[in-house]
Structure formats: structure tokens, C-alpha cells
Ligand binder design. Structure first.
Ligand code: GLU
Length: 440
């Protein structure tokens, strides 16, 4: 049984970088017919906000990335405390009292001496008296996990065989001085309790993975399969981290991006498979394979997605948008024609009301001075609506006979006068949809 999870911290809105993680885990579960868990990593009470937790769920629902189970770390604090006790009993947990400033100083010294800035384990060498003194002076310390200094190895689902020397990593702090449990241990407990089989996350978590593999082993558990996808960069390879705030899923939704376009793009960039517009999430899942991905940073350009999004809309049949079009107030008999005319001329669904307003209320005519008289004469020859599919040809034939104009000189001024635009849909369709007789 395949079980995956997406584990965002509800401390902000999720963005395209998070989406990559969510989508990969979702697709792995979907493809295997397994379980996808949404886990809210909300152990930080100051930074976690209910409105972000809600927003994350809304964003995932918008995309159709629905979860089989929702878990909140804040509901599971007793499980983490039990794991901490177990590590303490096993001699793998120790208290340390260095202040952030002291740690910083140590790191600077190490770097000056050309040494890696790894925590020197000074707290391990404290006598009981010294510890009591520090506790009296400084209160509770942080709790660090004592790594075994050996190589930590795993076969990464994307990066291949990895080997990290535990001695090059600081003993991770798992519990803060104020008692707050940190993600590193909470995640280990959750992943084992929830039977997670595959963890895909960003390559910024590689060192975490090394320490978490040891913590799992210390608690008597096997590690899941880990895979680390590359991080996204901007189109020129520049870091995206600062711009991710403007690439939140809510902003993309508000801007009218089609979910399938976004998912199709995110499921393929950074892989050896070309980006193709998929018709459904199931289709994406069928073709999804971590083997296609590499370690090189993945270039992301939101502008690549908009054409895909428009293409998705252009391909939608009437039935899928029926209700949306009815909601605009388009009369049912005209609705299929309206969709046929409008869809080729829209970038997002937000363009639809404008098109309907044009047919319902008429446009501000675009008329060149030299065409004014001609257009006035032509409008005089147009009957009152309702119009049908013959209106345009009947009207232009009559106008041609009356004025002697033909071809572009006949059609262009009329198009511009009726629609207010230089180009657009077939005029026969436009006339058919028009609810009011145009006037100057
Ligand atoms: N809450 C962690 C994060 O957002 C989860 C990482 C993980 O997938 O384990 O970075």
C-alpha cells in the first residue's frame, strides 16, 4: 500500500514551489491507488494561522488535489513527547544551553579556522553539577538528538544513491527551550505512525532526511523511500525564493489560470518528458514517474503556463461551461453559439462577461470620420432584432447594393462599428448574438 503526504506549515499561502511537492506526492499515491494525506505542520503556535490552514485546503481543492485524510501535528503533541522520552531513555537525547549568540560565535570561530560549522557537542561534556547550574541560571535548555557518527546512506528516488557523513551535520535540536517540538522529530513520528511509504520534498531537505533516517532508526523504524526534487529557479536561473510570494496559488487562481494547465506544467517541468496539456489528473498520474526527473535546478516561468491555460479553455465543450454561461444571463438558445464565438477570443474565463456585455448592450462604435456617413446609412438599413444566422449576409448584400462598397471597404467599417474592435469573431455569429440594434 502506497501512502504519501503533503506537509505544509500553515504559516503562509502556498505557492508554485509547494505545489510541485504536493503534486508529486499526490500523483504517486494516485497512480498506485494508494492514500494521500494532507498533514498540517502546525507545531509553531505563533506562526501557524487557521486562515492559512483553510487557504491551503481551498487551494488544493481548487486544483483537484484532494486528500484522503487530514492530520494536524498540533493534535499529536503527546505522540512527539513519547518519542522524545524514548530517545532520552535510549541515551540519544541531550540538553544543551548555548544561546543563539554563543552558537553563532562558535560557528564563526570554526569557519575562521577552516572547519565546518558543526555543533561541537560541548553540552555532552557537562558534569551533572554544571548542568544543574546552567538549568538554574538559564532555565530549560534545548534538546538535541545525538547522531551516530557514521555515514547515512539512502537510494534517493530522484538523486540516486546518497551518502552523508553524520559527523558533518550538527546534532539537530528537536525540542526548543520553551518546550516546542520541532518539525524534524514530529515529522519522523508522523511518517512512521501513518505508514508513509514515499516522501517527496525539495532538495533543501536533504540534510534533514539524513538526520531523520537516524532518528527513525533510533526509534526502531525503517525509513520510507525518500526523493528530493530540485528547487525552482526563475527563467534566467535566478533564485525564485524572493518571488515565490507573488506566485501563490491564490494569486494564480484570481488571475484566472486554469488548474489543468498549471498541473500539466508542474508535473513535467524539470523532467525529460515534454510539457503537454493533460485532460485530467488521472492522465497526469498514469504518465508520472520520478525516474524522469533530474537534480538540476528547474526553470520556472509563469508566462509559459498562460498559453496552455488559454488552450485548455478553447478546447472545452459547451456542456462543461453551460452553467457558467447561463449565470452570465445568456439566453439558453443562444448559449452554445455564444460559447463557440467567445471561447476562441478569451484568455481566461474572466473575459466572458465582457463578451456577453458586448452582445447584450452593444459596443461603442469605432468609426473613422470618412466612414461616418456610410455607417449611418448602413445602420438605417438594419432591422430591429432578433437576428439570426442570415442577418449579416442579408444586411451586407443590401448595403453593398445601396452604396456600391464591397470587400474590405464594406465589411471592415461595419465590423468596427458593430463590435468596436478591429478583429474578432465571425460577423455572422456576432449579428446572431446581438440583442440590440447598433446605433451611432
Ligand atoms: N513542513 C515541512 C515543510 O514545509 C515539511 C517537509 C516534509 O515534507 O517533510 O518544509
Amino acid at each position: 500500500m502506497t501512502v504519501t503526504r503533503f506537509a505544509p506549515s500553515p504559516t503562509g499561502y502556498i505557492h508554485v514551489g509547494n505545489l510541485r511537492t504536493a503534486l508529486f506526492n499526490f500523483l504517486i499515491a494516485k497512480k498506485a491507488g494508494g492514500t494521500f494525506i494532507l498533514r498540517l505542520d502546525d507545531t509553531d503556535p505563533d506562526r501557524s494561522k487557521p486562515e492559512y490552514a483553510d487557504a491551503i485546503q481551498e487551494d488544493l481543492e481548487w486544483l483537484g488535489l484532494t486528500w484522503d485524510r487530514l492530520e494536524r501535528q498540533s493534535d499529536r503533541l503527546d505522540r512527539y513527547a513519547a518519542a522524545a522520552d524514548e530517545l532520552r531513555e535510549k541515551g540519544r537525547f541531550y540538553e544543551a544551553w548555548e544561546t543563539p549568540t554563543e552558537l553563532d560565535l562558535k560557528r564563526k570561530k570554526q569557519l575562521n579556522m577552516g572547519q565546518p560549522p558543526v555543533y561541537d557537542r560541548a553540552a555532552l561534556r557537562l558534569s551533572d553539577e554544571e548542568k544543574a547550574k546552567l538549568r538554574a541560571e538559564r532555565g530549560a535548555g534545548v534538546w538535541r538528538f545525538k547522531l551516530d557518527h557514521e555515514r547515512i546512506e539512502w537510494d534517493d528516488g530522484i538523486l540516486g544513491p546518497l551518502s552523508i557523513d553524520a559527523a558533518s551535520v550538527s546534532d539537530p535540536v528537536l525540542i526548543r527551550a520553551d518546550g516546542q517540538v520541532l518539525y524534524t522529530i514530529a515529522s519522523v513520528v508522523d511518517d512512521t505512525d501513518m505508514g508513509i511509504t514515499h516522501v517527496v520534498r525539495g532538495s533543501d531537505h536533504v540534510t534533514n532526511t539524513a538526520t531523520q533516517i537516524q532518528i527513525m532508526a533510533a526509534l526502531g523504524h525503517d525509513a520510507p523511500n525518500f526523493a528530493h526534487h530540485s528547487l525552482l529557479t526563475g527563467p534566467q536561473g535566478e533564485a525564485l525564493s524572493k518571488r515565490l510570494g507573488t506566485l501563490s496559488l491564490r494569486d494564480l487562481r484570481a488571475a484566472g489560470m486554469e488548474p489543468m494547465a498549471l498541473l500539466s506544467h508542474m508535473a513535467r517541468i524539470g523532467s525529460s518528458q515534454p510539457v503537454e496539456l493533460a485532460g485530467s489528473i488521472d492522465e497526469l498520474a498514469e504518465d508520472f514517474d520520478l525516474d524522469h526527473f533530474g537534480s538540476a535546478p528547474t526553470k520556472f516561468d509563469v508566462d509559459d503556463i498562460w498559453p496552455l491555460s488559454a488552450r485548455y479553455l478553447h478546447g472545452l465543450d459547451f456542456d462543461t461551461v453551460k452553467e457558467e454561461i447561463a449565470a452570465l444571463g445568456v439566453p439558453a438558445p443562444l448559449a452554445p453559439t455564444f460559447w463557440d464565438v467567445a471561447r476562441a477570443n478569451i484568455e481566461t474565463r474572466a473575459d466572458l462577461p465582457g463578451w456577453w456585455a458586448l452582445f447584450r448592450d452593444g459596443a461603442t462604435p469605432l468609426v473613422a470620420a470618412e466612414d461616418r456617413e456610410f455607417v449611418a446609412q448602413a445602420f438605417d438599413m438594419l432591422p430591429e432584432p432578433p437576428y439570426d444566422e442570415t442577418t449579416w449576409s442579408n444586411w451586407t448584400t443590401a448595403v453593398k447594393e445601396a452604396t456600391g462598397r464591397k470587400g474590405k471597404g464594406l465589411f471592415m467599417p461595419l465590423r468596427k462599428a458593430v463590435t468596436g474592435l478591429e478583429r474578432g469573431p465571425e460577423m455572422a455569429d456576432v449579428m446572431r448574438l446581438l440583442q440590440k440594434k447598433p446605433s451611432l
